[in-house]
Every structure is written in C-alpha cells, then in structure tokens.
Design a protein around this ligand. Structure first.
Ligand SMILES: [Zn+2]
Length: 421
C-alpha cells in the first residue's frame, strides 16, 4: 500500500517514488506507486491533478483494496515503466491549495454552526464549482447565518492552529469529536486549537489564517434541512472581486454611488412599470382606432348582416392581436380572423374571435388554420368566442392561405347562425 505523503505534510508539492505496477482505469493507463503526494477523491475533498514524469495526471482514485491509482492522460503503450522504476511527481498546486482552503474552511464553518447556533452538519459537498453543507434544520434565520459566519471568521482572525495526529480507538473517548468517526483502528484527528475536533483523512492548512475568509452566500431551505452555500480563501476573493466589478459597472452606468444604487434601481423599476402601463393604454387606443377603421371598410353580408374581417397587421404580438380582436367584437355581428407573421421570429400568430350576439364557434377555424402547417409546433386553443394559436413559419404564402381557409370556413358556417345583428 502506498505511503500517503499528503497525510504527514499537506504542503509537499513534489516527490520521488518507485513504480509498483501499472493498471487501467476507464480505458486510461494508471500507475501505482510506493508513495504518493497525490490526494485521491475522498471525504468530500476532490482529487489532485498534476504530472508524473512527463505524463499529466487527470484523476487519482483510492480503490477498495486501499491502493491509490494515478490515471494518466496518455495511451497505454506510450508508458514504458516497469516495477521499481524511479519517477518524479508534481502536484498542480493552485488546485490543491484551493481544495485545502475550501475543505479546511468547511471544518471551521461546521464547527462555527455548532458553537454559534447548536446546529450539526449532516453532509458536505466540495467541488470545483461550489461548496455546500447541509444543516439539520428547516428554520435557519439570517441571525443564525451571521452568527456562524462571524464565529468562523473570528477563528480565522485568531489564526488557530490545525493540529494533526493519530489516536487509537481506546483513546477516542477522551477527545470531544464533533462527529463520530466512520473508521476504526488508528483514527486521524484534525484539531483546530481550542475550536474543534474532527476525524478526517483530508489535506488541511497549517493554521486558520491560511483560509483567508469564509463567506456564506446563500441558505436554501429543503424540508427539515437547510443547504448553506459558501466560499473560502481565493474563491471568496474572486467572488468579491466579480461582485465589486458588477456593482461598479452598474453604478457607473447609472451615474450613482454604491449607497444610492438600490434606490436608483428601485426608482427605475417603478418608472418602467408606469411607462409600460401608459404604453399599453396608448396601444389599446390605437387598436380601437384600427378596429373602427376595419369595421368601416368591411361591408356586411347582405343575407346574414355579418362582417367577417380578415386582417394581418404587421409585427403584432398575441396581446396586441387579442386586444384588436376584442375591440372589433365589441360591435355586434363581427367575426375577426386576425394573423400576424413575424419573419424575425419565424412565427405566425393567430387570433380568431366573434361578437357576443353570434353563435358560431371559432375554434374549428383555428384548428383548420393551424392544420395547414404540418409542423408539430403549431398549436393553440381557446373558447367558442375567442381562440388563439401560433405556428413556426416564415412562409408568407402559407400564412395567408391558412387565414383564407379560416375565412372561407367561417363564411360558409356562419350562414344561418346569426342570433341577431
Ligand atoms: Zn478534513
């Protein structure tokens, strides 16, 4: 079994070792060494990467038999190693350092939640993208979060030492572990001086000051648990920098300082709502005007008195089509066949409606129009007096033909259906 150099010195970045043997892992060659500084994925801490001789190490796995295998990013026949060959390994330090900060920070934050709020950590996730820990409560408050965050960062300010040592099962009762260990025999203890005791085989900083900072970003309730998302060290700094840049650009764009930014955004949101309302009112007026013109120039059927109005206003969205249809049908004896083709969105919108005094059902007309497009994206629905739908198309002829079919069907069907005009 390989000697785990990272257990005795988590700051060792390179090492010499002898080859024990070769194997494969998911189709890639993998080497087993007599000792290694590469940490395998375990205990919620992701694996190291790096290089052995000239071969990139992309994954490090501890097998069930306890052997650590180093997966090499190369073809099997390019690796000439025989047992007892000497090799030199280098751990990719920025990744390891980041993991040490996140993992050590999690020890501190979990202990801080216990000390500040009496809340235990149930599970932990640390990855290249984000860190979370799950707490056994569905009632985490903002005060809890701030108290734990303050306690965690005070531990950093105090620069408490991380002491690593092994004890036997027999000595365990004398150690106030935050959580019972999952292994037996010799137990590796990670003690944060005067703050926390945990059983852990991971890699850790030498003292809490090396974590730099712990920042909780959010807390999401999930039933009787709460998932806390946090960042430590270089990640916390990078995130703070990104936030600062965004806020800075917003402030510059709006010509206000940080203290006035929220007020200014709120004011703009209110103004936008008010303008949208005014615009909708103005559009409604305009559509009423359009409706009056359409009615004025469409002659009524000599027998039924019904005006079947087909209109294709350009660039009307569904809300505008519906508003126009309703404005038309406020007048008795109207059947509105409206459509708008957007070449920009490659989509045709349809809205068919009829006045309250008519009995014709406009839904079959809509079905007929949508059926003219074989695309399954053509769909719609509604009620007997108003139905709407859309179809993906940029074909103006197909669009007009679909509307003509609807109009012809309506004219043929509405004969004799007039209640009173
Ligand atoms: Zn640990």
């Amino acid at each position: 079994m390989a000697t785990k150099l990272f257990r005795t010195n988590s700051f060792q970045r390179s090492f010499d070792a002898r080859v024990v043997g070769m194997t494969t892992h998911q189709g890639k060659p993998a080497v087993i060494l007599d000792q290694t500084g590469f940490y395998p994925s375990a205990g919620g801490q992701p694996n190291d990467t790096g290089i052995i001789a000239k071969y990139p190490v992309t994954d490090v796995v501890e097998r069930d038999d306890g052997e650590i295998i180093h997966v090499l990013d190369t073809a099997r026949d390019t690796v000439p190693w025989q047992p007892a060959d000497s090799v030199h390994g280098s751990v990719f330090w920025p990744r390891r350092w980041d993991h040490m900060q996140q993992h050590s920070g999690q020890h501190v934050l979990s202990a801080a939640f216990v000390r500040a709020c009496g809340l235990d950590t149930l599970s932990v996730h640390i990855s290249a993208d984000y860190n979370t820990l799950d707490l056994g409560t569905g009632a985490l408050t903002r005060d809890h979060v701030q108290a734990a965050e303050d306690a965690a960062n005070q531990c950093i300010f105090d620069n408490r030492l991380f002491k690593i040592y092994e004890v036997s099962d027999a000595d365990l009762p004398g150690i106030p572990l935050r959580k019972a260990p999952k292994v037996s025999g010799l137990i590796r203890i990670v003690e944060i001086d005067g703050f926390d005791f945990s059983a852990c085989g991971g890699t850790h900083v030498g003292s809490a000051g090396q974590i730099g900072q712990i920042k909780i970003e959010r807390a999401d309730k999930k039933g009787n648990e709460t998932r806390v998302t946090f960042r430590c060290g270089v990640r916390a700094l990078a995130h703070h920098r990104a936030l600062n840049d965004v806020v800075g650009r917003l402030g510059t764009g709006l010509n206000v300082g940080l203290s006035d930014l929220e007020t200014q955004v709120s004011k703009m949101r209110d103004e936008s709502k008010s303008l949208q309302k005014q615009l909708a009112e103005a559009q409604a007026l305009l559509l009423r005007h359009d409706a009056a013109q359409l009615i004025g120039r469409t002659p009524a059927n000599a027998d039924t008195g019904i005006r079947t109005i087909l209109a294709t206003p350009a660039n009307h969205d569904m809300i505008q089509l519906r508003t126009l249809a309703k404005a038309l049908c406020e007048t008795s004896g109207i059947i509105a066949i409206l459509g708008s083709l957007s070449l920009e969105n490659n989509r045709a919108q349809f809205c068919f409606a009829r006045s309250a005094n008519l009995a014709v059902d406009v839904r079959p007309a809509l079905k007929l129009s949508l059926g003219a497009f074989s695309d399954p994206g053509a769909k719609g629905g509604g009620s007997a007096d108003l139905a709407q739908g859309s179809a993906p198309t940029s074909n103006a002829m197909a669009f007009e033909s679909a509307l003509d079919q609807a109009r012809a069907w309506v004219i043929a069907t509405s004969s004799g259906t007039v209640v009173s005009v």
